[in-house]
Design a protein around this ligand. Sequence first.
Ligand code: ADP
Length: 444
Amino acid sequence: MSRSWWALCRRLGLIVLGAALLGWFAGRVLLALLIAVAGCLAWQLWQLYRFDRWLQDDKDVDPPRAGLIWEGVVSRIDRLRRRNRKRKRKLGRLLEQFQQATAALPDAAVILGDDDKMVWCNEASQRLLGLVPGRDIGLPVTNLLRHPGFVAFLTRQHQGDSVEFPSPVGDGLALNARIVPYGKKRRLLLATDITRVRRLEQMRQDFIANVSHELRTPLTVVIGYLETLLDSDSPALEAWRQPLRGMRQQAGRMLHIIEDLLMLARLEAQKDRTPGKPVAVPAMLVDIADDAIALSGDQGHRINLMAEPGLWILGCGKELRSAFSNVVFNAVRYTPAGGKIEIRWYADEGGIRLAVEDDGEGIAPQHIPRLSERFYRVNRDRSRGSGGTGLGLSIVKHVLNNHGGQLRISSELGKGSLFVCEFPAELRVEPSTAFARNETGSRW
Ligand code: ADP
C-alpha cells in the first residue's frame, strides 16, 4: 500500500478514536462515532463532487487537493490529459499532412467500408469519378459508379486485377481502377486517368491501319506489273527474269505483312463483341490440314487430325480460320521434313481446345513468353526464309482474346512444341441449334 493510503487510514483512525473518546466523556459513544463517520463521508462526497466537475472541464472549479489520495489521483489524471492533448495535436497534424498528400494525388482514392459503402474520398475522386463527399458518404459505391464492367469487377475482383471504364463525369475520360483490401473489411479503390495512354494507343492503331491501307494499293499495282513482266515472252526481258522473280517475291512478302497488320488493326478495334455465329470447326480443320499437307509439299510431314465431330463453337469463322492456320502452318514451317504434326480438337472439363503438337526444332524457354509480341522471332532469317511475317502468333493471341480464350505454349528445344488454343466451355454450340441460329442472321 502506498504512503498516501497509510496516511489516509491513519487520519481516519485518529478521527474515529477522537470521536470515541469524546463520546465516552459525554456518555454517547455511538452517536459520536456516527457523527464522525457521517462527517468523513460528507467530506469525501464533497471532494468527489469537485472532482467530477473538474473532470467535466468546469473552469470555475479547482480540483480537489485535500488529502494525498485526491492530490495523487488529480495529478495522474492531469498528466494523462496533457499526454492525450499532445497525442491529439500530433494526430491532427498527421491527418492534415495526409489530407494534403491525398489532395495532391493525381489518382482518385476512395475508402470503401461494409457492403462497399463509401467512407471517404479524396479531391481527385470528385474530378475523376464525380463523387461529392458531403452527398455520397455512406452510399454503396455501385449506386454512384454504375458502369456494368466496374460493378462486375467489384464483385468478382481477384488480387492484382484492374478494370478500365469510362468516367461517369464524361469528357471522354478513360479510367483504370484497382481495389486494395486492407484492415477489417475495408477496401481502397484507386482510379487512374488513362485517357492520354488510350488516346496514344488509338493514334498508334490508326496510324498503322492507315499506313497499311495506303501501302496496299500501290503495292498491288507493282505486283501486277511484275507479274505481267514475268508472264511476258519478250527476249529483251530474259536477263531480267531472275531479278524480277526476286522483286515479285519480296513485294509478295510486303503485301503479306501489310495484310497481317490490317488484320491486327481490325482485331484490336473490335470491342464489345456479340457472341458470334456457330462455326463448324471440324470441317474447317479438315481444310486447314489439307492446306498444311500442300504447304509441306515434298517435305513429307506426317500430319494427323483428330477432331471431335459436332464440336462447334460460337465465334468469327474468318478469324478462327486465320488463327488455327497460323498455328498449324507454323508447325509445318518449324518442323524438319518427315516430322510428325498432330492436330487435336476436343472438349474437356477445362473448356474447348485446339492442340497442335510437333516434334520439330522446339523453342528455348526464354523466348516463349515473348512469342506473341509483334515481329518477335526466335530466328529472324529462319522465319523470313519460310515466309513468316512475325505477326502470326500476335494475330492468334488477339483472336483468342476476342473469343474469351487464351494461347498456351509449351516447348522443349530439339524435342518439339505444343500450342494449345483454349476456349471457354460456354462457347460450345450444338450443330442443330447452329443451323437455326444461322437463319437468324448474326453479326458474323
Ligand atoms: P513467324 O511469321 O515468324 O512464324 P509467328 O508469330 O507465327 O511469326 O511466330 C513467332 C516465332 O515463334 C517464330 O518466328 C518461330 O521462331 C516461333 N515458332 C512459332 N511456332 C513454332 C513451332 N511450332 N516450333 C518452333 N518455333 C515456333
